[in-house]
Design a protein around this ligand. Structure first.
Ligand SMILES: Nc1ncnc2c1ncn2[C@@H]1O[C@H](COP(=O)(O)OP(=O)(O)OP(=O)(O)O)[C@@H](O)[C@H]1O
Ligand SMILES: [Mg+2]
Length: 283
């Protein structure tokens, strides 16, 4: 099971959108996907319709070490896409984990509960520094961090990102290698911004930092993303062809590029999904 956390020390950069759409794309490609909603505000938990709602969620998992998948895992209306709901409405988990000796490693220690049942775990997090965020990063094989062009201009962005990576670095002494942080430029305005320039600026900003990479894929700002969220669907199902008169790629192509870049081991599954869509479009 590949574990990818979606993190940012800033709010509103597109974490939940990325988690929902990447999860939906991977599930449609045939992967068994589990979404973990670690945000106190259950935005990801309410993105998709639920076919079956589990009685427990993230609170029981992390506070009580609940390990029964029947109790923990809700099933969304998208086949192959499951979810552990955010149900820490009083925001108690953070304090609880802060004071627990194993706090930041709790999720990492619980991964074997899920690993035989899923190919991909995607962890959505809250847009602020917290114990939960550090716990998510320490459980991940890679951490995906959406960055919007306007945040790139803010000086504290680099400081916040580097501080997070520095704070978890001491876990190396326990044999836990912090994951590579992969920056994903999100909401690039199709007319006024130049994606390549933004990408270069981001690479310049972090060039001396080991463990931080900038993804080649970037996500344009298009209304298909909020529209897909309103329709409770992954965006690749909503916009699989580029609308005429627009130069930005179709959301399907963007999600496929992102999936390939992040999860190259499932490349053939993504190609099959694309071939299937083209067949359906032609007929
Ligand atoms: N590429 C995009 N193009 C257009 N709109 C987008 C794009 N990505 C995200 N959005 C919109 O931006 C808003 C914020 O996105 P989202 O909720 O995913 O951010 P977040 O990082 O999860 O925020 P929070 O920190 O509050 O959890 C949403 O309304 C979403 O539809
Ligand atoms: Mg969110």
């Amino acid at each position: 099971m590949q574990v990818v956390s979606i993190i940012s020390t800033k709010g509103g950069v597109g974490k939940t959108t990325t988690a929902a759409n990447l999860g939906g794309f991977a599930a449609d490609a045939g992967l068994r996907v589990l979404l973990l909603d670690l945000d106190v505000q259950p935005t990801l938990s309410s993105y998709f319709e639920l076919r079956e709602r589990a009685p427990a969620g993230i609170y029981e998992l992390l506070a009580f070490n609940e390990q029964s998948l029947d109790r923990l895992v809700s099933h969304t209306a998208i086949p192959g896409l499951d979810l552990v709901l955010s149900n820490d409405d009083k925001g108690q988990l953070n304090t609880l984990l802060l004071h627990a000796p194993d706090g930041r490693l709790r999720l990492r220690n619980l991964l074997p509960t899920f690993s035989a049942h899923y190919d991909l775990m995607l962890i959505d997090t809250q847009g602020a520094r917290s114990v939960l965020l550090e716990m998510a990063v320490l459980a991940s094989d890679s951490a995906l961090s959406p960055v919007t062009p306007e945040i790139l201009a803010a000086r504290e962005f680099r400081r916040g990102t580097l501080q997070l990576m520095r704070d978890i670095a001491p876990y190396r002494r326990l044999g836990i290698e912090p994951p590579e942080l992969r920056l994903l430029i999100n909401r690039v305005h199709p007319v006024s911004s130049n994606a390549r320039l933004i990408q270069q600026a981001l690479r310049d900003l972090f060039h001396a930092e080991p463990g931080i990479a900038v993804l080649d894929t970037n996500i344009p700002a298009i209304e298909a993303y909020p529209r897909a969220s309103t329709m409770a669907l992954p965006v690749h199902r909503v916009e699989y062809r580029r609308p005429t008169g627009r130069t930005t790629p179709a959301a399907f192509d963007t999600m496929r590029a992102l999936a390939r870049e992040l999860l190259p081991e499932w490349e053939s599954a993504f190609t099959r999904l694309e071939a299937g869509v083209h067949r359906r479009v032609r007929t």
